[in-house]
Design a protein around this ligand. Structure first.
Ligand code: NAD
Length: 487
């Protein structure tokens, strides 16, 4: 039996009561591995280890070049073990071949990039001298700005791009000199356990990185409410984000939230519909629509709506092969769990009931008798107030909404509690950039352009608080301290 252990204080351990739970392959419904089912006591052990490693261990005081070298070593080990990571991503996260650049290559690059950014980050910065009388008599004051590690971090990543989401958190945390407890999603814990193996091999001191996995609902709250935690970084749904925010209020713990999205793609009138189709349809297949920044609302002028929708449906029906992502020709794999499929199906039913046109899909693929699959689904003629236009479905479903003019399109795009991302298709770059600035989201891509590593990634409104990636992501794991002396 393929049973894993978890990683606390530099040791591989079972859960306190030795219980385990199965991690299935969502394409086959078969058990892929078993992992420890942690209790609150295990979480407490991990937090104690991380606290000790921060207060007494060498890591927060390790010179920056050594921290940078450690990150580079970690990236090298993941690179060497890439095929093992790929197999686990396919079998436990349902990672289709087309997602591997984002699932596997990007996280390795992200860690290397973070090492590079950290190496020239001003962790200690002398500010310009100021004239100010001091009790000691001098009237020139020097100020050293120190970016201290924020402390012990609770990192709670999600399951959809597990290596990417965890790398976005642990790489800057390590670079800044923090220690951490990683609590992966119960649905995709193996990648985080593999990260623990990598960290162990790289020689990160015991207690700096701890990984605790389990499915008991009380372990997340136990972690974020522990007063020994200095910062929580969570990626997941808004509902959980709100609960975490309430929890951290008790200790005024710093909190960083990367939450959901309902991003809009605007097809402007100068853009050819044929060229728009692959991006407009992409959430119906790319990782089964299970991505926070996917443009699941497509906005197009009313006069071109029917043509676009017909072209999208033809594309999806002819080009999207559904099946087990272990087959590299498959474009659309399963969704992660049967309860997620049930929620997606409920949204599809609501779209029909509220009067949107179901153009293609809407059911389960008839040819697949196992696995948690949903057909690629497109709704047309939707209204902005429908549930399928407002709520995050997190499945292979796209909602097309017609607009009357550009002002109307901006209003629809901004008519959302979310504010994560957006996309504009237009050959008029200047017009698109001006339009982008009117969209209340953390990012807008014009004609598919993307910058994975330097861009601050995060949301306006209810899509989150804080930014990941690049120097902004690194600063999330530091606290500013000033040291002043007279001259
Ligand atoms: P979820 O909200 O169901 O989160 C589940 C995780 O939260 C589990 O690890 C669970 O143990 C933990 N948890 C639950 N209650 C808790 C509590 N009170 N305190 C602490 N931890 C608690 O979300 P999910 O299904 O894992 O993720 C899907 C969501 O993630 C989608 O909404 C998606 O948009 C979002 N997402 C956002 C980004 C981003 O960068 N903004 C990236 C990927 C996914």
């Amino acid at each position: 039996m393929n049973t894993w252990q978890m990683y606390i204080d530099g040791k591989w351990v079972e859960a306190r009561d030795a219980k385990t739970y199965p991690v299935p392959n969502p394409a086959t419904e078969e058990e892929f591995a078993r992992v420890p089912d942690a209790t609150v006591v295990d979480v407490e052990r991990a937090v104690a280890a991380a606290r000790r490693a921060f207060d007494e261990g060498p890591w927060p005081r390790t010179p920056l070049p050594e921290r940078v070298a450690m990150l580079q070593r970690i990236a090298d080990i993941i690179e060497r073990r890439k095929d093992e990571f790929r197999d686990v991503l396919v079998a436990t996260a349902g990672a289709e071949f087309v997602t591997h650049a984002q699932q596997l290559e990007s996280p390795i690059q992200l860690i290397r990039n973070m090492a590079e950014i950290a190496s020239r980050h001003p962790f200690e910065e002398l500010l310009p001298m100021v004239e100010q009388p001091t009790p000691a008599g001098g009237n020139l004051v020097s100020t050293l700005l120190v970016r201290q590690p924020v402390g012990v971090c609770a990192l709670i990543p999600t399951w959809n791009f597990p290596l990417w989401v965890t790398a976005q958190k642990f790489a800057p945390a390590l670079a800044a000199g923090c220690t951490m407890v990683v609590k992966p999603s119960p649905w995709a814990p193996l990648i985080d356990l593999m990260i623990a193996q990598v960290v162990d091999e790289a020689g990160v001191p015991p207690g700096v990185v701890n990984v605790v996995c389990g499915q008991a609902p009380e372990i997340g709250p136990a972690l974020v409410e522990d007063p020994r935690i200095d910062k929580v970084s969570f990626t997941g749904s808004n509902a959980t984000g709100m609960r975490i925010m309430e929890s951290v209020a008790k200790n005024l713990t710093r909190v960083h939230l990367e939450l959901g999205g309902k991003s809009a793609l605007m097809v402007l009138d100068d853009y050819e519909l044929d060229a728009a189709v692959p991006s407009a349809a992409s959430p119906t297949f790319f990782h089964a629509g299970q991505g926070c920044a996917m443009t699941t609302r497509v906005l197009v002028h009313r006069s071109r709506h029917d043509e676009l929708v017909a072209k999208m449906a033809a594309f999806v029906e002819s080009a999207v092969k559904v099946g087990d992502p272990a087959d590299p020709s498959v474009l659309l794999g399963p969704v992660i769990r049967p309860e997620r499929r049930a929620a997606i199906e409920e949204y599809i039913a609501s779209g029909r009931e509220q009067g949107a046109d179901l153009v293609t899909g809407g059911g389960r693929p008839a040819q697949l008798d196992r696995g948690w699959f949903v057909e690629p689904t497109i709704f047309g003629n939707a209204r902005a107030d429908m549930r399928i236009a407002q709520e995050e479905i997190f499945g292979p479903v796209v909602t097309v909404i017609p607009f009357d003019d550009e002002e109307h399109a901006v209003r629809i795009a901004n008519d959302s509690d979310y504010g994560l991302f957006g996309s504009i298709l237009s050959h008029d770059k200047r017009r698109a950039i001006e339009l982008a600035k009117r969209i209340r989201t953390g990012g807008v891509s014009i004609n598919g352009a993307f910058n994975s590593f330097q861009k601050p990634s995060g949301g306006f409104k209810q899509s989150g608080i804080g930014r990941e990636n690049g120097r902004f992501g690194l600063e999330e794991y530091t606290e500013l301290q000033v040291v002043m002396w007279p001259n």
